[in-house]
Write a protein that binds this ligand. Structure first.
Ligand code: SF4
Length: 388
C-alpha cells in the first residue's frame, strides 16, 4: 500500500480481507474505497491464496492436496481428527497456555496485523467461506500438515520427498497460503474449531528459516492460529535449532526433532545429515530451548523394520531423551512404504514392544496414526504422486 502511495493501515485492511475473510479478489474487499480497488486492479495487483490443483481423498478421510505455487505444486495434508502427533505435548493439556480438553477454545488474541503483499500467490479456486464438505456449524478437530520447500535437500533414506531433491524454498505467503486454502476448503472457524498445524510436509523448515518463521507469525497475527498449536519438525539443523531457541517462547511453534535412530552409526546411514550435525550436537542445541509451561519437546522416531526397531534401540533412545534434561515425549511412526525405498514396515508386535519399553522407562510415547497411506499422504510419502 505504501508503494502505491496509500497509508500503511490500508494494508491491514487487505490482510483482514485475505487472511480472515478469505477474499480472493480485490474487487471484493469492501473496506477499501471503490476508487482504490479499481486503481489496484488496473495496476495488476492481485490478492488471494495458492489454488488447490488436485485433491486425493483417503478412505480414512485424510486429504492430500497438490497446491499450486507459481508454476509448481507442493503438498499439503488435511487430517480430520489429527494423527495423535500432538498427544501429550501440552496441546491437549489444561492451564493458562492451552485450554483443557473439552473446554471452549479461546478466541484468537487480537493484534495489529503485520501484512505485506506477497508475490507468487495465486488467486484461490475456492471462493470465500464456501465449503464442499460440511456446513459451518459442525465442530471440527483436525491437523494440517504444511510444506516449507518444494522437494528437500536433506536426503533421508526412508523418505519419498528426498527423491525430488530441493527445487526451491517457498515464500512465507506460499507456506501460510497452503493453510488458508485448506481452512477455506473446509470452512474452518478459526478460534472455535480445534486445529493443529504441523510443519512436517515437504522440505526442511530450518533450511528456509526466515520464510518459515514469517509464515508462522503471519498465521498467528493475521489468520489467528495460535503458535502453541503449531509444531515444526527438523531433521536436526543445529544452527536453525539455535536460532529457534532465541525466539520468544510465546511466538514460536513447538519443536519436534526427527531423531529416527538410536545412535550415530544408524542415524548417519538413514539420515546423512547426521554426519554434519550428530546426535550429541542436536541434543546440545535442543537444551538451549526455553520451554513454555507444560510444553514438551517431541522426538519423532520412524520405526524401520529390522533397522531401527530392535528392543535395545528403545533403551538407547530413552537414554538420549533423558539426556536433554527437558520435558520430552516420543512420537513413534511405523514407517510408511514408498516405491523405490528399500525398507520394511515394522511388525505390529515390535511397534508395541517399542512403545511399552518407553512406558517402562517412564517416558511418554505415542504411536502416530498412519493417515492417508493409501493416497501417499502419510509421513515421508509426499512426492507429488498423482496415481491413486
Ligand atoms: S524426512 Fe523431512 S527432512 Fe528428511 S528428506 Fe524427507 S522431507 Fe526432507
Amino acid at each position: 500500500m505504501v508503494q502505491t502511495g496509500e497509508p500503511a493501515w490500508r494494508g491491514h485492511q487487505i490482510a483482514e480481507a485475505v487472511y480472515r475473510q478469505w477474499v480472493t479478489e480485490i474487487s471484493e474487499i469492501t473496506t477499501l474505497p471503490k476508487s482504490l480497488r479499481e486503481k489496484l486492479v488496473a495496476n495488476d495487483w492481485q490478492v488471494g491464496r495458492p489454488s488447490i490443483a488436485q485433491t486425493f481423498r483417503s478412505v480414512d478421510g485424510t486429504e492430500r492436496y497438490l497446491v499450486r505455487c507459481g508454476t509448481e505444486t507442493v503438498e499439503t495434508v488435511w487430517m480430520p481428527e489429527g494423527d495423535d502427533g500432538e498427544s501429550g505435548d501440552s496441546t491437549e493439556d489444561s492451564g493458562p497456555v492451552e485450554p483443557a480438553q473439552g473446554e471452549a477454545v479461546q478466541p484468537p488474541m487480537l493484534r495489529a496485523p503485520s501484512f505485506r503483499l506477497l508475490s507468487g500467490e495465486r488467486v484461490g479456486d475456492h471462493k470465500s467461506r464456501q465449503t464442499p464438505e460440511s456446513g459451518p456449524s459442525e465442530l471440527k478437530r483436525a491437523t494440517i500438515c504444511v510444506s516449507s520447500q518444494i522437494g528437500c535437500a536433506v536426503n533421508c533414506q526412508f523418505c519419498l520427498t528426498a527423491k525430488l531433491g530441493l527445487q526451491r524454498n517457498l515464500t512465507a505467503g506460499e507456506i501460510a497460503g497452503q493453510v488458508v486454502s485448506v481452512l477455506a476448503r473446509h470452512n474452518v472457524e478459526v478460534g472455535r474449531d480445534r486445529l493443529n498445524l504441523v510443519f512436517m510436509g515437504m522440505g526442511e523448515p530450518f533450511l528456509n528459516y526466515d520464510n518459515f518463521m514469517s509464515a508462522a507469525r503471519l498465521l498467528d497475527n493475521d489468520v489467528g492460529l495460535r503458535p502453541q498449536r503449531m509444531t515444526v519438525s527438523t531433521s536436526g539443523i543445529v544452527p536453525g535449532i539455535e536460532r529457534f531457541a532465541q525466539e520468544p517462547p510465546e511466538i514460536r511453534p513447538k519443536l519436534a526433532i526427527s531423531l529416527n535412530a538410536p545412535n550415530d552409526a544408524i542415524r548417519t546411514e538413514i539420515m546423512p545429515i547426521n554426519s554434519k550435525w550428530n546426535i550429541e550436537a542436536v541434543i546440545d542445541a535442543v537444551r538451549k530451548l526455553k520451554l513454555r509451561p507444560r510444553e514438551r519437546i517431541t522426538f519423532e522416531y520412524v520405526l524401520l523394520g529390522g533397522v531401527t526397531d530392535h528392543p535395545e534401540h528403545a533403551k538407547e533412545v530413552a537414554r538420549l531423551v533423558r539426556r536433554t534434561g527437558l520435558p520430552a515425549k516420543v512420537n513413534l511412526i511405523a514407517w510408511n512404504p514408498g516405491p523405490g525405498i528399500p525398507y520394511k514396515m515394522p511388525t505390529p508386535e515390535s511397534v508395541e514392544a517399542f512403545r511399552a519399553s518407553f512406558v517402562q522407562a517412564g517416558i511418554s510415547a505415542f504411536l502416530r496414526k498412519p493417515r492417508g497411506r493409501d493416497i501417499y499422504a502419510a509421513c515421508g510419502q509426499l512426492k507429488r504422486t498423482v496415481e491413486e
